[in-house]
Design a binder for this molecule. Structure first.
Ligand SMILES: *[C@@H]1O[C@H](CO)[C@@H](O)[C@H](O)[C@H]1NC(C)=O
Ligand SMILES: *[C@@H]1O[C@H](CO)[C@@H](O)[C@H](O)[C@H]1NC(C)=O
Ligand SMILES: *[C@@H]1O[C@H](CO)[C@@H](O)[C@H](O)[C@H]1NC(C)=O
Length: 435
């Protein structure tokens, strides 16, 4: 298992370099306004959807009452367009008084009363991307203190209207300023996305020291095309990106759009599965008041979440890219387990992909498999060829337990099994898994 050992070793090596605020030892989870609600400030005509305190308390109520919070979705995050166009008399940022009449501190209390957390948005340039006041170098300290005074729990720090030199100074400076407030505030840096996302322009060792998570690449949009572009970029650059991730420091491929308008159910499972493989932050950007039960089931899938939240924090990789259009991804998990994703780029019909765990570099042994989305279980020897049927633009996702010793496996064969067992190498008909 050369690959897994290598990944594990590199994770151990870099794990000493992490932002020292103790936060986000597993990828943060919650809800973020941007993709779904953008800069809708028209509360007069669109009161349910405009960026206002009501939108965030509505989402908090849903997280609290509909089981999301108990699964780990605790952050309720404001994005751009929350602030007034003017700073207050003391030079501090202030929320738009019409849309946030109670102020940010009261909104933070609303979250904390329910066990949730509040995130806010800033920008290290002269203006935010939406044209609101930014936090350039001479405003960073006062803005960090303002966020801490409001009892905010996370900051997304964007980079519009700043240049390379300013970013080199501003992102570390904000990290210091947040630390100096004494309040642990999760820190999301958009910096690498403004520098192309790759070394040598981006120094991931440094990012791990100053940020808890960072946006490497462009914004997600509500389409499968956008998800696929992001997935391709992250896995094509996995050698540069995966070693940067670990407890307290995460690559961020951007929000989950599951529950919006752009993805089919299969594509929604693909996004959830691949974000779990990537150890990505899970910030949903959708309308939790009207989400379909299908999308909810995918986002609330406990096994996908536990794979995403694995405490070792190793970012998974693509290990196979077939000419047929099937990709296989693997993420090493704690207790010698792993997650596998079989993904189809095809657009014709369910594709019957044949392989074996041995071909995927698994060591000799017998493995218990749980299909993450069907919850079916089975036992599989490394040498046994199997077939998975992968829907167009869809996935099959497995949780693969630690290998049992062969002797032990045969011992247990007489005992209690859930699901079926395939352990004859010379079968004429291959196991048809979960069809
Ligand atoms: C600030 O940094 C110090 C040293 O790295 C660390 O011990 C402390 O916990 C940090 N405090 C906060 C609030 O992040
Ligand atoms: C970046 O902006 C600053 C002003 O804040 C300016 O002095 C500097 O020349 C700019 N640097 C580059 C590389 O454009
Ligand atoms: C990257 O950042 C680290 C930590 O700040 C530093 O030690 C290292 O020299 C930097 N690497 C490069 C290539 O600049």
């Amino acid at each position: 298992m050369y690959l897994v050992v290598l990944l594990f070793a590199s994770a151990l090596f870099v794990s000493t370099f992490a932002l020292d605020n103790g936060l986000m030892q597993t990828p943060p989870m919650g809800w973020l306004a941007w993709e779904r609600f953008r800069c809708d400030i028209d509360c007069e005509h669109d009161p349910k959807n405009c960026i206002s305190e009501n939108l965030f308390t509505d989402m908090a109520d849903r997280l609290y009452e509909d089981g999301w919070m108990d699964l780990g979705y605790v952050y309720v995050n404001i994005d751009d367009c929350w602030s007034s166009m003017q700073r207050d008399g003391k030079g501090r940022l202030q929320p738009d008084p019409k849309r946030f009449p109670g102020g940010i501190r009261r909104l933070a209390r609303y979250m904390h009363d329910r066990g949730l957390k509040l995130g806010i948005y800033g920008d290290m340039g002269t203006h935010t991307c939406g044209g609101y006041p930014g936090s350039p170098l001479d405003k960073i300290e006062i803005d960090a203190q303002t966020f801490a005074d409001w009892e905010v729990d996370m900051l997304k720090f964007d980079g519009c209207y700043s240049n390379t030199t300013e970013q080199e100074q501003g992102y570390p400076l904000m990290s210091k300023a947040l630390n100096a407030t004494g309040r642990p505030i999760g820190y999301s840096c958009s910096w690498p996305a403004y520098q192309g996302g790759l070394p040598p322009k981006v120094n991931y060792t440094q990012l791990g020291l100053i940020c808890n998570l960072w946006r490497n690449y462009g914004d997600i949009q509500d389409s499968w095309d956008s998800v696929l572009t992001i997935v391709d970029w992250f896995f094509e650059n996995q050698d540069a990106l995966a070693p940067a991730a670990g407890p307290g420091r995460w690559n961020d491929p951007d929000m989950l759009i599951v529950g919006d308008f752009g993805l089919s159910m299969d594509q929604s499972r693909s996004q959830m599965a691949l974000w779990a493989i990537m150890a990505a932050p899970l910030f949903m950007s959708n309308d939790l008041r009207t989400i379909s039960s299908g999308a909810r089931g995918i986002l609330q899938n406990k096994m996908a979440i536990s794979i995403n939240q694995d405490p070792m924090g190793i970012q998974g990789r693509r290990i196979v890219k077939e000419k047929s259009g099937i990709d296989v991804f693997l993420r090493p998990l704690s207790n010698n387990a792993s997650a596998l994703v079989f993904f189809s780029r095809r657009n014709d019909m369910p594709y019957r992909y044949q392989t074996s765990l041995r071909k995927l570099n698994y060591p000799t042994g017998s493995y218990n498999i749980i299909d993450v989305f069907t919850e079916k279980t089975m036992t599989l020897k490394d040498s046994t060829d199997f077939v998975v049927s992968v829907n167009p633009t869809g996935v099959v996702m497995w949780y693969v337990s630690a290998p049992a010793k062969m002797g032990l496996h045969y011992f247990f064969r007489g005992g209690h099994h859930h699901g079926s067992s395939y352990d004859k190498d010379d079968e004429n008909s291959l196991p048809q898994l979960f069809l």
